[in-house]
Design a protein. Structure first.
Ligand SMILES: Cc1ncc(COP(=O)(O)O)c(C=O)c1O
Length: 358
């Protein structure tokens, strides 16, 4: 099967095999070595000197971790949404009692930083900005560097909380350089792992915010992670098998060099979009903001995404993703995170081309 959804992604054979290693004591020295080594590796990929915590959970848990550890009830936050995952970030903040101001952009577009500036000027009491780096639901990458230039350089003391779930380890992300306060990501994306682990980077400013935060938290309380990390342990029983896999995958990513990983994603993103256009399909977002981890393709008039997806599965054993929410029948999404090659994409193009010509 050619799994081409934007996560989970196909996991390389050697990484899968590493998960069948026998269990070890998660409070013993062997685990301590893995925890320290993987945390250092994660810091290097995040581009941060501050803290990265490894959680057992999915990306949504990492988003929740960002919110509950830095905010307090009643805090005014700006939630930028360019799709369903942006909506989710705002919803989490709202459920925990933040006063959420919504900046909702048209699906298929990236946020315009002038709009962020307008919101922050109009409501100076906004304490945090929540943003999705790469909106997997629409195949759009926001310009995180430009967003950070506004939020962190033009204003004082605002927290920048980033959903980097489908960007970190695939798209250029420099946590310290871009002054991001929290970045959340999850294992089933560019990390080349199965689902089940999530990683969150916290800047020193975010850790200061933690000390004043009154939102309820237990499983995702980063104070617990910090306390146990000093002992070389996680606070709760971790997904030990996934930690073996993380250790191996990170070693491979670092050996290749993170800049080379970014370059590969750029090349496969450009290749995919070019091939899609060649056969007469169009890309949902504008090329300037199109993501290099997932390509959202418009379903031609008169066709339905559901039928196209069935056709690809039945005839080519290729699994594609439909759109989400109002885009369900309008777009399909082709994932190309991790070690995707042109040979993985070519059969997708062949199938799409057959589908419209049948
Ligand atoms: C950008 C983005 N945010 C959040 C999520 C939610 O992550 P999870 O499904 O791992 O909870 C996803 C998952 O696809 C995502 O791509």
């Amino acid at each position: 099967m050619n799994l081409r959804i934007p996560g989970p992604i196909p996991v390389p054979e050697d990484i899968l095999e590493s998960m069948s290693n026998p269990m070890i004591n998660h409070r013993g020295t062997e685990f301590k070595d893995i925890l320290f080594r993987t945390t250092e590796g994660l810091k290097s990929v995040f581009g941060t000197e501050s803290s990265v915590y490894i959680l057992t959970g999915s990306g949504t848990g990492a988003m929740e971790t960002a919110v509950v550890n830095t905010l307090s009830k009643g805090d005014k936050v700006l939630s930028i949404s360019i799709g369903t995952f942006g909506d989710r970030f705002g919803e989490i903040a709202q459920i925990y009692g933040a006063d959420v101001v919504h900046l909702k952009c048209l699906p298929g577009t990236a946020v315009d930083v002038d709009e962020i500036r307008n919101c922050l000027n109009k409501q100076p009491e906004i304490k945090a900005v929540l943003v999705t780096h790469n909106e997997t639901s629409t195949g759009v990458a926001n310009d995180l560097e430009a967003i950070s230039q506004v939020v962190k350089k033009e204003y004082d003391n605002k927290l920048l909380l980033v959903d980097g779930i489908s960007s970190v380890a695939s798209l250029p992300t420099y946590m310290d350089l871009w002054e991001c306060d929290v970045i959340s990501t999850a294992s089933q994306k560019g990390w080349m792992l199965p689902p089940g682990l999530a990683f969150v980077g916290f800047s020193n400013f975010a850790i200061e915010a933690y000390r004043n935060s009154d939102m309820p938290k237990f499983y995702f309380d980063i104070g617990q992670y910090e306390k146990y990390f000093k002992l070389g342990q996680p606070p709760w029983t971790p997904a030990v098998s996934l930690m073996f896999a993380l250790d191996l995958a990170l070693g491979q990513i670092l050996k290749e060099g993170i800049e080379n990983v970014y370059l590969r994603h750029k090349e496969i993103g450009e290749f995919t979009r070019h091939q899609v256009r060649e056969i007469g399909f169009s890309i949902f977002p504008d090329e300037k903001v199109a993501s290099n981890t997932v390509t959202a393709v418009n379903v031609p008039d008169g066709f339905k995404a559901g039928d196209l997806i069935k056709f690809m599965k039945n005839n080519y054993d290729i699994v594609l993703a439909a759109g989400q929410g109002e885009l369900k029948e309008k777009i399909i999404r082709i994932g190309h995170m991790g070690r995707t090659t042109q040979d993985d994409i070519k059969p997708v193009i062949e199938g799409l081309s057959k589908f419209i010509s049948q």
